[in-house]
Design a protein. Structure first.
Length: 266
């Protein structure tokens, strides 16, 4: 059974109250675009809430027009920050739209609100802080997905948006149709089962530490492949690469159909 939370902390983007320490999302609304492709007024709110970590899979659904950002943290619960934006003929109408948006929590975290029209619309972007070991399913349609500093089991899917992972470990999978893959590997090897990311229309960028160990599999159908990371292969590197890095280890797989692949050493 889901709990509905309208707003535990509203309007954090207005400012910090009572001299409290600034949070990284305090200016999140300021970073949102001001127009919606037509002569519309916009309003934005940031809401914050906490959720006890579930015993099973936690599903985050930002569809149709929201992005998802997840960061690992040392807290035992899950901290959820949601940016709700609305566009309408007047700012008052936009505020009214936002007041009707509810954030549902439970095993599925999602936003529900009034039906979107041709001249008024709303969206919700999610920023989660989760403990290591949580199993996540992340889904959107028109929005990117970003994961940082986390060890867990992750399954990510979006249609129009990129996927970014940095300092991540565990069993991580992701798919997008229109968007790039941005991967930053850390340490000396992948900790966990491995990484498997796929895009149809978008480039692949992989930053690899010096002396990294693992198996790297990457390819493109319509694009080029460039690397400044030393690899050992037999034959010519064309549009596909399957190689062992250092002493080997879990597989890092990143593939595209239409886009270039760039491997960089740092």
């Amino acid at each position: 059974m889901r709990r509905k939370i309208m707003s535990l902390t509203l309007l954090l983007a207005i400012g910090v109250v009572g001299g409290a320490a600034a949070e990284p999302w305090d200016d999140w609304c300021d970073r949102r675009w001001g127009r919606h492709g037509w002569d519309a007024e916009m309003h934005c709110e940031v809401r914050e809430m906490r959720l006890e970590a579930p015993g099973g899979v936690l599903h985050v659904d930002a569809a149709p027009n929201g992005g998802i950002r997840v960061e690992g943290w040392e807290g035992g619960d899950i901290r959820i920050v949601v940016r709700v934006s609305a566009w309408a003929h007047t700012e008052e109408d936009a505020r009214d739209l936002i007041s009707q948006v509810e954030i549902e929590t439970g095993r599925t975290i999602e936003a529900r609100g009034p039906r979107r029209g041709r001249r008024d619309s709303w969206s919700a972007d999610f920023w989660l802080f989760v403990p290591n070991g949580v199993e996540l399913e992340l889904e959107s349609q028109n929005g990117g997905i970003s994961i940082e500093n986390l060890d867990g089991t992750l399954d990510m899917r979006t249609r129009n948006g990129g996927i970014s992972v940095s300092n991540v470990s565990g069993d991580v999978r992701g798919r997008t149709t229109n968007g790039g893959l941005d991967i930053e590997l850390t340490g000396t090897r992948w900790q966990g089962a491995g990484l498997d990311l796929l895009t149809t229309n978008g480039g692949v960028s992989v930053d690899i530490p010096e002396n990294y160990n693992g198996r790297l599999r990457t390819s493109t159908v319509n694009g080029t492949l460039r690397t400044d990371f030393p690899v050992t292969v037999r034959g010519r590197i064309d549009r596909a690469l399957d190689t062992q890095l250092g002493e080997g280890g879990p597989t890092i797989r990143a593939r595209t159909t239409n886009g270039r692949v760039v491997l960089r050493e740092y």
